[in-house]
Write a new protein. Structure first.
Length: 143
């Protein structure tokens, strides 16, 4: 990695996880001093050769949400959707499959927006996850 990144990288702590076992590589957790340095390392993670790899240390709830999005993508591909018609926004925890948008709410994947693909209609549905919980919400038609 040092050959790929010419900047000096400073980190706060670095330590191995788990107990020592022979013939077993323990993961190393590193805490960087600056987010820009962490982002630089993470952006170059694909340049590492096996058996080395870099993963984010995410909270369980976010890992669970990411698993839901990956499973939805896998399901969509198995159902015949094309890869170029599937996009995932990891930060917003949404997935768009064939112009249908789904969001994660309380650990469940729910439809959140129907994107119109018709050339003569430029309107989009304005449903949000909260719209599915409150039947009185009518959207943004009053604006």
């Amino acid at each position: 990695m040092s050959e790929m990144i010419q900047d000096d990288i400073s980190f706060d702590t670095a330590y191995r996880l788990g107990k020592f076992k022979s013939n077993f590589r323990r993961p190393i957790r590193v805490r960087f001093l600056a987010m820009c340095q962490r982002n630089l390392i993470y952006a170059n993670k694909n340049k590492l050769l096996p058996p080395f790899y870099i993963n984010e240390d995410l909270p369980f709830s976010i890992r669970k949400d990411h698993a839901i999005l990956r499973n939805k993508k896998k399901e969509a591909l198995q159902n015949g959707s094309l890869l170029e018609n599937i996009s995932i926004d990891w930060k917003l925890r949404t997935i768009t499959v064939d112009a249908r948008k789904f969001s994660i709410l309380n650990g469940n994947l729910i439809p959140s927006m129907q994107v119109s693909t018709s050339s003569n209609s430029s309107q989009h549905s304005t449903s949000t996850p909260a719209d599915f919980l409150d039947p009185d919400v009518t959207g943004m038609d009053s604006l």
